[in-house]
Design a protein around this ligand. Structure first.
Ligand SMILES: [Zn+2]
Ligand SMILES: [Zn+2]
Length: 269
């Protein structure tokens, strides 16, 4: 299983998940032209993407989806709530799914998980390679960790997790109090401290890559996010790598190896 984060932040998000035979894009929050440039930098042909899953209707997740899907013949998958908030999607080959549904693309199974965010029907995604059992999750734009999401992401091999803001930087940053409350609220965005708590919950010995994402450019820095999460992971069973994804960089491929039969059986219990 391979993952590329083509860029992440409030100005655009897009993540490629590849199980060796199927490639799926999670969010297309850059223009089609910008996506093409970022795909090239990752060595990925846009035509090799089978589908784009749009997690919610906010512009930094959806703005390039319809145009790119038409251009490169992708199917678009989104909840009815997301399509309602981004009506331009109906110009593409769009398929709606119920929040919580599991989608199948070739040998990749993708579980969608409802999340707490101020969009109509937002989801996180957990992709599983049906053959090897390797799993990768993308959980961005969430105000808090629900039990359902915790259970879905706690055993993944690659986790792309929001680590949006440093709480002190948010408090003294440029945003008015109403915006600060929205960002810090339970339907807003995860702080570094909250991401660290979640990282600790998910820090099993098989987690190979933790990618911190959707970092605020005004109220966070990669060093703040990495320091917070690394402190929480000290003395945990985590033996993988932590990376802070940035808005203007392409990161990856993050690679997770094949799971042993014992690991697959343990997860099936
Ligand atoms: Zn976002
Ligand atoms: Zn959002």
């Amino acid at each position: 299983m391979k993952v590329w984060v083509l860029g992440s932040g409030s100005r655009g998000n897009a993540t490629v998940i590849d199980n060796g035979s199927t490639r799926v894009l999670v969010d297309a929050g850059f223009s089609s032209r910008e996506l093409k440039r970022r795909f090239a930098s990752a060595g990925i042909a846009p035509e090799s993407i089978e589908a784009v899953i749009v997690t919610h209707e906010h512009n930094d997740h959806v703005c390039g989806a319809a145009r790119s899907a038409q251009r490169w013949k992708w199917t678009v998958h989104a909840t009815a709530g997301t399509v309602g908030g981004a009506p331009e999607l109906v110009a593409a080959d769009v398929r709606t799914f119920d929040s919580g549904a599991t989608l199948t693309f070739g040998t990749m199974s993708v579980q969608t998980v409802p999340i707490s965010h101020d969009a109509t029907e937002p989801v996180a995604v957990v992709a599983t390679d049906i053959v090897s059992g390797a799993r990768a999750a993308v959980a961005l734009d969430l105000g808090r960790l629900t039990t359902q999401l915790r259970d879905a992401i706690r055993e993944v091999d690659i986790l792309v997790l929001e680590s949006n803001h440093d709480e002190a930087m948010l408090a003294r940053g440029p945003y008015p109090p109403s915006v600060q409350r929205r960002i810090a609220g339970v339907t807003g965005h995860l702080s570094n401290r909250e991401a660290a708590v979640i990282a600790r919950v998910c820090a099993h010995s098989g987690l190979q890559h933790l990618v911190l994402a959707h970092l605020s450019e005004q109220c966070n820095t990669p060093d703040h996010a990495l320091a917070s999460v690394s402190a929480a992971l000290a003395r945990s069973r985590f033996r993988g790598r932590v990376t802070a994804a940035q808005q203007d960089a392409v990161h990856g491929a993050f690679v997770a190896g094949r799971r042993s039969r014992a690991q697959q059986l343990a997860l099936a219990l």
